[in-house]
Design a protein around this ligand. Sequence first.
Ligand SMILES: *Cc1c(COP(=O)(O)O)cnc(C)c1O
Length: 254
Amino acid sequence: MTQPAQLPAQLSDSLALLEKAISDACRAADRPRSEVELLAISKTHPAQTIVEAVSLGLHLFGESRVQEFASKATVLSVSHIPGFTPTVRSQMEVHFIGQLQSNKATKAVEVFDAIDSVDSLRLAERLNTAVSDSVVHTKPMPILLEIKLSHEASKTGLTPGSTELNELLDRLPTLRHLELQGLMTIGPLDVPEEETRACFRALHTLRGQLAQQRPRLNFPVLSMGMSSDFPVAIAEGATRIRVGTALFGPRENN
Ligand SMILES: *Cc1c(COP(=O)(O)O)cnc(C)c1O
């Protein structure tokens, strides 16, 4: 019997391939696999896909729209994997990775476990207030600062050496409801690998500089690398990669 040529890939198959690629990249970089977290980017994909991903053992997820994930979360909060009592949502840690308008800070704090794309002082202040007012969050909200390192990449992010980044870093120790965990960047798309590598290396270097200048702050996390460039990111020290397409297939729109 012959198989149809274009069967959609099974999530378990793409996860196995991805795991192999991550392990290979870690081995090539002489780093333990345990140093690199996989953030599964489930944006645009339905709640059912997330349930399947959780049943395959994934637990870290990234989403880029507040309302989209709020809708999925209502489903996930009543979904169970056969044989498991806890809800699917309670087995997930969901990170916001998109552009967040300050006026959506309260809603974002309600539905997410971490905000990985803080790109302004104003947003950080709004998030701090929202967490402080929240009945859901009893602990500080983990955050990453999004850094803009290349012109080709996203328009958002804080520029190294800028007044705003410095002010934000000065303020962070007083924003007690936020817990800075590190830096995040989006690499340039469709450029030669060496440009991508330079961008990731620059984030790693910046982390070292900031950690030295700001002993009251901690920067353990370097979130960099997506489907097309995660091996380079792992080689350059990523501790968290954000993979969507290589796991869940192409998105209809972004
Ligand atoms: C969509 C998105 C990703 C995942 O991109 P893929 O190329 O599908 O792996 C990673 N990071 C951010 C910030 C995104 O918006």
